[in-house]
Design a protein around this ligand. Sequence first.
Ligand code: HEC
Ligand SMILES: [Cu+2]
Length: 312
Amino acid sequence: MNWLPTSASTFAPEVDFVLWLVTIISVVSCILIGFLLIYFVIKYKKKSDNDQTPAITHDSFLETLWTVIPTILCIVIFIYGYVYYDRYTTVPQNAYEINVTAKKWIWTFDYPNGKKTLGELYVPANKPIRLVMTSEDVLHSFFVPAFRVKQDVIGNRYTFINFTATKEGEFKVYCTEYCGSSHSNMLAKVHVLPELEYLKWESGESAKTSKIASDMPLDQIGKQLYSDKGCVACHSIDGAAGVGPSWKGLYNAKRIFTDGTSAAADENYLKESILYPGEKMVEGYGPVMPSYKGLLDDAEITALIEYIKTLK
Ligand code: HEC
Ligand SMILES: [Cu+2]
């Protein structure tokens, strides 16, 4: 039965076990108590007017039983919870550290060798990973259902997650702390790669993980980047107003800036807007777009511009 998300970390089977344990204990007790309740109501129903309730004051055996059994069950649940929580929060010695920065409404990841990614976290399989997380603005929360890990991400201090991914593939990341109007778009992906492939990716050799290397047309790649890189959080493509201007009909449109100047949104303007959003502020909008300098390479920016051009 697929009631739970894919299980893709060493924690997943443990968390699932405790979840099932608590669920089964609860369901069994609920059925047992419900059944006894109905049974006793029927059995001890007053049958006639001179039907007398016997004057029972207590029953030591039953009272001991219904105190001891639930106590044992609670202790069992506590022990499992404690042991697993301890494992969950103890960082293995050789953990591989990645820095995570949350910001309305994007996730950025910094790797030990200086590499940086946006909206996509790459990790090697079967290696303990430690995420060192912080927020540049409000509270966020980093949640990977497939790994069964979730932790608040807070400004001005660091919080941590550690996990060992056991399955290769692509898993979803959600922000699970309401953080403003585009909270529900604050998504990312974790890519779990075999260790060798990860090392190649980290040293920049691997073409497999780069979307640009695929033989998709540029505007299709741009469309993919639009959601993968988090532009979707602030820019609509259907003309609807958002935190940022809609991209619909943007290409070659006349833009009016807060300083009273204006310009046509040609390729160079679009590129400049992505790299230096603060330079020319579109009238009616706030300075909230992050700079994508160093986060998107030239090929990715070109793909995004090609995509914007298709949104007439
Ligand atoms: C946090 C919200 C936010 C995110 C995320 C964001 N933008 Fe923006 N963007 C804005 C705002 C607000 C403006 C208008 C103010 C300005 O010019 O900086 C803007 C302006 C722009 C413009 C100029 C638009 C115009 O109407 O002239 C372009 C192009 C652009 N963004 C591209 C992108 C791309 C590409 C991404 C994703 C890689 C992205 N933005 C992500 C908020 C955002
Ligand atoms: Cu958030």
